[in-house]
Ligand binder design. Structure first.
Ligand SMILES: Cc1cc2nc3c(=O)[nH]c(=O)nc-3n(C[C@H](O)[C@H](O)[C@H](O)COP(=O)(O)OP(=O)(O)OC[C@H]3O[C@@H](n4cnc5c(N)ncnc54)[C@H](O)[C@@H]3O)c2cc1C
Length: 388
């Protein structure tokens, strides 16, 4: 890093701890997990042992009580080693956030402690076959049946589906009201009526499990309606993204940094024309540009995280950080492959995995096109996306 960031001692210590853990416990598992597309259960256990799933959960619920900054430092350091493990970790907070931000006290007391300890992990399920970029077009239906809700529908591309014990799931409770008719529910894995499609094969983050979810007469107790009030689902989802998108930006920064680390190392070792390739000015400038762009993405990301941690409105800023950092990650990882020459293209060298892993950060939690729409709305009309 060429920019000096004023980390607290606690943040610095956390960064170093996660970096050491990622190198020692996660790095050895990564290649095989990517090849096989197998869920990194051992990595999840290591993160749970270190208490990291509780980093952003308040101490009264068994967490470390830190902010989004500390959480994002964990994500960034994990992504510097492996994007799939970083996704697995970050998406657990994504699934936890609706409970953390909007849950009733009873819901928090019941669900947050096992999530903080990593005994359980969470998923977030909003996407559907007909609902991707347009989150308000959800078709999954939740109908009140006595003291329960009966849920029917399908969720698509859900990270950790089949592996997670808890799912924050969004469904329509009042079809007449559009976005105001959506509600969020806490689903436990053992509930009857919940099943999963097969593991989907992916371009990158291959070890991160992705499956569809099928809800067929899924019966959910009324007390699992997040926040205890129907019709709040859309705003809860949008607010959740405001907190989670900076985490995707941090993931993208980590992936970019990891690929620069590899490119730097290779450029010292590889010789052509009788000299290490890092003595050629063309490559020195490429390395400098990579460093500059990563630092720019990191600065924007940390700045936005600070806004979220101070409780400021940050929907457009979070979108900007996610767009800029993910576009940067795609560029940097492509350059890192280029700097490796032919070996960059081969699976033997892990730099190609970073390029494959970077791509998804431009797609999930709002594609970069949708996030640019959101920023444009703020620019042109001076309003945030939520509008509710
Ligand atoms: C690996 C992976 C993991 C995921 N995990 C989860 C998860 O855990 N939970 C979850 O709920 N979802 C998850 N998703 C889903 C993800 O959030 C969606 O794929 C994403 O929001 C895009 O939706 P879509 O795929 O339906 O694309 P579409 O919405 O069909 O978009 C197709 C293209 O059209 C563009 N587009 C659409 N509308 C507009 C517009 N108005 N203006 C300009 N361009 C537009 C998009 O940017 C995109 O390029 C995951 C996806 C992937 C790939």
């Amino acid at each position: 890093m060429i920019v000096h960031y004023q980390f607290t001692d606690q943040q610095q210590h956390l960064r170093e701890k996660v970096r050491a853990l990622a190198i020692k416990k996660i790095k050895p598992l990564v290649k095989k997990a990517d090849e096989n597309g197998s869920f990194p259960r051992a990595a999840v256990e290591s993160l749970a042992e270190a208490g990291l799933f509780g980093v952003k959960i308040p101490t009264q619920y068994g967490g470390m009580g830190c902010g989004l900054m500390e959480f994002s430092l964990v994500v960034e350091e994990l992504a510097r080693i492996d994007g799939a493990v970083a996704t697995t970790f970050a998406a657990s907070l994504l699934g936890t956030l609706p409970i953390l931000l909007f849950g009733t006290e009873k819901q928090k007391q019941k669900y947050l402690p096992p999530l903080a300890g990593g005994k359980q992990i969470a998923s977030f399920a909003i996407s559907e076959p007909e609902t991707g970029s347009d989150s308000s077009a959800i078709q999954t239906r939740a109908i009140k049946a006595g003291e329960k809700y009966r849920i029917n529908g399908q969720k698509r591309f859900i990270t950790k589906a089949g592996e997670s014990e808890i799912i924050s799931l969004f469904a329509v409770t009042d079809p007449v009201k559009g976005a105001r008719g959506l509600s969020a529910f806490i689903i436990e894995k053992q509930y009857k009526g919940l099943s999963y499609g097969p593991q989907l094969q992916k371009l990158g983050i291959r070890a991160s499990a992705t499956r569809n979810i099928i809800c067929q007469d899924l019966m959910v107790p009324e007390e699992n309606l997040i926040g205890g009030k129907a019709g709040r689902g859309f705003i809860q989802a949008m607010k959740t993204f405001e907190h989670s998108r900076p985490g995707v930006a941090a993931q993208a920064v980590g992936i970019a940094q990891g690929s620069l680390d590899l490119a730097l190392g290779y450029s010292k070792r590889r010789k052509q024309f009788g000299k290490p390739i890092n003595t050629f000015q063309g490559l020195q400038w490429m390395l400098s540009d990579m460093e500059i762009q990563i630092e720019a993405a990191r600065c924007l990301t940390y700045q936005v995280i600070g806004m979220v941690d101070r409780g400021e409105k940050a929907a457009a800023a979070a979108a900007a950080a996610k767009v800029f950092a993910s576009d940067t990650a795609m560029k940097i990882t492509t350059d890192a492959v280029q700097l490796h020459g032919g070996w960059g293209y081969m699976a033997n060298f892990e730099v190609e995995r970073f390029m494959r892993d970077a791509k998804v950060t431009q797609i999930y939690e709002g594609t970069n096109q949708i996030l640019r729409n959101l920023i444009a709305l703020r620019l042109i009309k001076g309003i945030d996306d939520i509008g509710l």
